[in-house]
Design a protein around this ligand. Sequence first.
Ligand SMILES: Nc1ncnc2c1ncn2[C@@H]1O[C@H](COP(=O)(O)OP(=O)(O)OP(=O)(O)O)[C@@H](O)[C@H]1O
Ligand SMILES: [Mg+2]
Length: 236
Amino acid sequence: MLRASGLVRRFGGLVAVNEVSLNVADREIVGLIGPNGAGKTSLFNILSGQLGPDSGSVSFAGQDITGASASVCARAGIGRTFQIVKPLVSLTVHENVTVGALLNYPLATAREKAAEIIDRVGMRSLLDQQAGSLTLESRKRLELARALSIEPKMLLLDEILAGLNASEINESIHLIRSFAHQDGLAVIMIEHNLHAVMSLADKVVVLDYGRKIAEGKPEVVVRDPAVVAAYLGSDD
Ligand SMILES: Nc1ncnc2c1ncn2[C@@H]1O[C@H](COP(=O)(O)OP(=O)(O)OP(=O)(O)O)[C@@H](O)[C@H]1O
Ligand SMILES: [Mg+2]
């Protein structure tokens, strides 16, 4: 599904993403972890067209999308959420999600598709509420609904569990699992909640200072000495 190879992105003297390669298969759930500032969101920004790479390549569903715009990446089937949620605050929940569905459908159908997605993420009762008046939990769900609204083949989830309570996290875990196992989506989730990563991810990738320092099965990766050192802030 996704093949990213040798991705590099610099900001001035800082190498935010440093020679990162990553493959993701259909239905695979990949946990992307690493300390603050490791380059996780920057990597998402490259994969979803918010940021161009300085070098490296990205192919998705057989299409070369290296350096492609956000709208090209969305059309190719990459849906994402933003760490800092950004709903269109003056629009309703239904309208926010309809905007994404307009990528594939005329207005009347887009509204129907949007309502189905809103149901799926458990927001039916909030359909006509203004996005600006939602709680954090609901804004996170809306962000997920917006990512789904383009009918993606791959979902990039940037810390969608942050700030949620234990039962909300459990609901979200079931929902994320269903996207991969029922809908066949590939999922990459950036997540600081290791319990969620351990219970969901088929594979975990660890970034530290822009570099990939480990990749593999969750239970193996979390015991990797390099990963433990990165999390404990050892200076090697
Ligand atoms: N647009 C930008 N301009 C300059 N520096 C940036 C920009 N975006 C990110 N950075 C820097 O790149 C590095 C990686 O940032 P990034 O947001 O990708 O990290 P992250 O792993 O998502 O961190 P967090 O866990 O805190 O969300 C950081 O040092 C950050 O300050
Ligand atoms: Mg981030």
